[in-house]
Design a protein around this ligand. Sequence first.
Ligand SMILES: [Zn+2]
Length: 90
Amino acid sequence: MTFDRFARAELESFFRRREELGKFYCGTCLAMQLTRRGARKVSEAAWTAAVEEAFVHPGLLQVRSVRVCEICKKPGLTIGVDSATSQAGD
Ligand SMILES: [Zn+2]
């Protein structure tokens, strides 16, 4: 498994945690969270690169441009997983 795939799997499992459902983070805060709570052997710089990549290719995750970051509360580009998929569109 390449690092990119490993990091992506870690990212997706991070957002599958029950307490992360519906939370969106900016790139800076997400990299910080992953550094503290993700795989220990991965450096913050590597997580930052992985998070930047996830914003470009979110895959199972969702990128939102109008959400407030869960941690720093700054509005901007955030990434996460919605707790409920809106059928009506919001
Ligand atoms: Zn933030």
